[in-house]
Design a protein around this ligand. Structure first.
Ligand code: MN
Length: 184
């Protein structure tokens, strides 16, 4: 937990320095307050998934690039095992980067768990960002193109993510889905 918090802070500072953005400018571009950005950057505060998405979108970066650095692509198979959520627990959304963003491939793949009754709305991403949702357990609904689309286990949807979108679970059992986000 502590380690992830430090990593996010370092990554934020790095992204800001690469662009020569002040905290004021970063606040304008991301919609996250200057005070909050300062706290995150100093590793004093662990951002929620929603806040981290705003930051990533403002910088036109993938979310997972703030969480970890992808293992370089090579000959060796890469085995990944789902661990405890690395982001703020109070938010309940269990969120794990199965394959963090790698510029060689242009996508990141998350496994996300939705508890019964849980809803997560996402800010529009940059132009050209496409999301895929594949339900691997339970059932859920995805908001895309202005409508909520019911999806059963084994079903999938692809949509342009440069619009408001979301995920919700109206059922009684936990839903698990894979979220593949492709960046052009
Ligand atoms: Mn999204």
């Amino acid at each position: 937990m502590e380690q992830v918090q430090q990593q996010i802070g370092q990554r934020l500072r790095q992204a800001r320095q690469q662009r020569g953005w002040s905290l004021d400018r970063t606040a304008r571009e991301t919609g996250v307050s200057k005070a909050m950005l300062g706290q995150i950057e100093r590793g004093e505060s662990s951002p929620t998934v929603a806040t981290l998405w705003k930051i990533a979108t403002g910088f036109k970066l993938s979310l997972s690039s703030f969480l970890e650095v992808a293992e370089p692509a090579g000959e060796r198979p890469v085995i990944r095992r789902v661990a405890e959520s690395s982001l703020q627990e109070s938010e309940q959304l269990q969120f794990f980067p199965l394959f963090p963003f790698d510029p060689a491939f242009g996508f990141e793949l998350f496994q996300i768990a939705l508890e019964p009754g849980q809803e997560h709305l996402s800010e529009p991403h940059d132009e050209g960002v496409t999301e895929h949702v594949i339900v691997v357990s339970g059932a859920m609904e995805v908001l895309a193109g202005g409508d909520w689309h019911p999806l059963a286990c084994g079903e999938a949807i692809r949509f342009a993510a440069n619009q408001p979108h979301g995920y919700r679970n109206l059922g009684a059992e936990k839903a698990l889905f894979h979220n593949l986000i492709h960046y052009r």
